[in-house]
Design a protein around this ligand. Structure first.
Ligand code: CTP
Ligand code: CA
Length: 226
């Protein structure tokens, strides 16, 4: 096999990635979701394959082609994504959570299509599991990378997520900036690490963000080995 990049620094490593949105059922014809397209996660999966990793991509519903060489497991709900990621966490050396997991789901799923009535309708919601947090609790030697989509106080929120989720790195983007966030082919991110360092990257292609982030992961894996 031939690869575009020389660097095969992830050979022998298993990289588990969550990507895309989740869908939380309301009734047989409706669900709650968000604008995630999965591009960032799929770009990371593609780059990780190129760097020699075994890649397990747990993906919510997206319309992207599966990255060549990655094992793609399609899921719908946050609960399904959690169960699937959990089942593969022990074999993973690296966990990268790019998924826009729904934080809430309808508390009751209606068996039949909800019929409209006069007046307002409330929808009761309950929390889903925080996948990154749950796996962070079960962390052994894994390097854990989270994303954070913020609209304000980016640094404060990103650092909070870093500690709360027991992550090694948080890749934060201000989704209000043009060229960052949902659906774009580019992103503007700042990488926050456990050692307190922060690396503000300029606007770049999501594939380039993927390479930068995976080279940071390689460094962390090497540090763990030494
Ligand atoms: N995440 C997750 N499971 C969830 C929610 C989030 O694994 N149920 C992961 C995301 O994939 C991302 C990171 O946690 O890597 C941060 O997600 P984000 O939505 O920015 O943060 P939350 O912790 O959900 O907090 P909030 O939405 O309130 O900012
Ligand atoms: Ca959230």
């Amino acid at each position: 096999q031939f690869f575009k990049t020389e660097s095969r620094d992830l050979s022998g490593k298993t990289v588990l990635i969550t990507a895309g949105p989740t869908r939380e059922k309301i009734d047989p014809v409706r669900f709650l979701t968000n604008h995630s397209t999965g591009k960032m996660g799929y770009a990371i999966a593609g780059e990780a394959v190129r760097m020699g990793a075994k890649v397990i991509l747990v993906s919510g519903p997206v319309s992207l082609a599966p990255p060549k060489g990655a094992e793609v497991i399609k899921v719908e709900s946050a609960e399904e994504m959690y169960q699937t990621a959990l089942a593969h966490f022990a074999e993973a050396d690296v966990l990268i959570g790019t998924a826009a997991v729904a934080d809430y789901r309808p508390k009751y799923i209606f068996d039949e299509k909800m019929k409209k009535k006069e007046g307002d309708q409330a929808l009761e919601l309950e929390r889903t599991k925080d996948i990154l947090f749950e796996l962070g609790q079960r962390k052994e030697a894994q390097v854990i990378v989270g994303f954070a989509a913020e609209t304000n106080d980016v640094e404060k929120h990103a650092m909070g997520k870093l500690t709360r989720k027991n992550a090694d790195m948080i890749v934060a983007n201000d989704v209000k900036q043009a060229g960052a966030g949902f659906g774009a082919d580019t992103n503007i991110v700042t990488i926050y690490k456990k050692d307190g360092s922060k690396d503000e990257l300029p606007l770049m292609a999501k594939t380039e963000v993927a390479r930068r982030l995976l080279s940071e992961v390689v460094l962390l894996l090497k540090k763990d080995e030494s």
